[in-house]
Design a protein around this ligand. Structure first.
Ligand code: SAM
Ligand code: SF4
Ligand code: SF4
Length: 335
């Protein structure tokens, strides 16, 4: 097992397959214009598979494909098939905004994808259009309806005060109607969230209080310690999750890192610098020693450091800083 400086194992990898996206969510891509990674820099599926293989050799057994929007990358099921053939991967998942899911669900299922998470923040098409600047709510709902995978479906909702915090109950009901587990995510001050403010964060405590006043007593469930979501049970037995990365971060047990579509490895969502894997890969150098030394040196606790700022906490980066270094963007490094 490869341990970092805080004795956390290297076991979960998020692979951002593209920095492009077909939505413009207010909490992730609020600006008018974005620059994109040059296409010659983007790793091919074979290269991405080789990178994942190097991580698997060091103990990674959970892989999640993300982006940007992963389904805008052409023929993504080809990559899924390559990864599904790796016996070390016990959990192969994808996070998507769902817009292109209805048309790709079957190919992804046949390629061997284990499970899927669809992001959905509202049941109101007008609100969806305002929040994402695209009029594609119906396609997302079709995607959710088509999302049948062996290990199931999760729906992730970023909760923002004054935007969708009046929809907690209807979103839980929608998830139940698709046998999906809903996870509420606190609005995070990640790179990209240039309009972030503390006032708009709806904390875990507040979420539980709002849900409790509707449903009654909510029980906390003991979960696998390294999962980011804490799980809860409603009186009728239904479960849901809360990812409280903003007010109660889980850095202490964080076993995840991220690779961008152009092969930069980030050991924390908030890390300023990444480690280039593309150069060594294209020079046919082994990645193992680089990964081992990078992980052994890892002491990141990005969200805990942000929490310690208390009242000084504001947006992490300005739009200008993000333009100068797009690798700081959430949509580049993969949420
Ligand atoms: N485009 C895909 C999607 O939206 O599901 C995958 C990439 S997206 C960056 C991954 C996740 O990050 C989404 O669930 C999204 O809601 C979440 N996210 C993006 N910006 C966020 C923020 N400022 N706070 C909390 N979650 C955020
Ligand atoms: Fe929204 Fe995901 Fe696109 Fe970001 S990457 S704008 S969260 S759909
Ligand atoms: Fe892990 Fe960094 Fe997120 Fe903390 S902030 S949970 S160390 S990725």
């Amino acid at each position: 097992m490869t341990l970092d400086a805080l004795r956390r194992p290297l076991s979960s990898l998020r692979v951002s397959v593209t920095d492009r996206c077909n939505l413009r969510c207010a909490y992730c891509m609020p600006e008018e214009d974005y620059g994109w990674l040059p296409s010659r820099e983007i790793l091919s599926f074979e290269e991405l598979d080789a990178v994942v293989g190097a991580f698997c050799a060091l103990g990674v057994d959970r892989v999640r494909l993300t982006g940007g929007e992963p389904l805008v990358r052409k023929q993504l099921s080809t990559l899924v098939k390559l990864l599904a053939a790796r016996p070390q991967i016990t959990d192969l998942a994808l996070t998507t905004n769902g817009v292109l899911l209805a048309e790709q669900a079957q190919a992804l299922r046949e390629a061997g994808l284990h499970r899927i998470t669809v992001s959905l923040d509202t049941l109101d098409p007008k609100r969806f259009a305002a929040l994402t600047r695209r009029d594609q709510h119906a396609q997302v709902l079709e995607g959710i309806a088509a999302a049948r995978f062996p290990k199931g479906l999760k729906i992730d909702t970023v909760v923002m005060r004054g935007v969708n915090d009046d929809e907690l109950v209807p979103l839980l009901e929608l998830a139940a109607s698709h046998s999906a587990e809903l996870r509420f995510i606190e609005y995070m001050d990640v790179g990209g969230a240039t309009r972030w403010s503390r006032d708009q964060v709806v904390s875990r405590a507040e979420l539980l209080q709002k849900l409790g006043s509707h449903y009654g007593k909510i029980d906390s469930l003991v979960t696998e310690s390294r999962a980011p979501a804490e799980r809860f049970r409603l009186p009728d037995g239904r479960t849901f999750g809360i990812i409280a990365s903003t007010t109660a971060p889980f850095c202490r047990s964080c076993d995840r890192s991220r690779v961008t579509a152009d092969g930069k490895w980030f050991t924390c969502l908030y890390a300023e610098q990444g480690i280039d894997l593309k150069g060594p890969l294209r020079r046919a150098e082994p990645l193992g020693p680089l990964l081992t030394s990078g992980w052994s040196a890892r002491a990141d606790r990005g969200a805990e450091v942000r929490l310690a700022l208390h009242r000084q906490r504001a947006a992490l980066k300005t739009a200008g800083q993000l333009r100068a270094d797009p690798h700081l963007e959430m949509h580049t490094r993969g949420g």
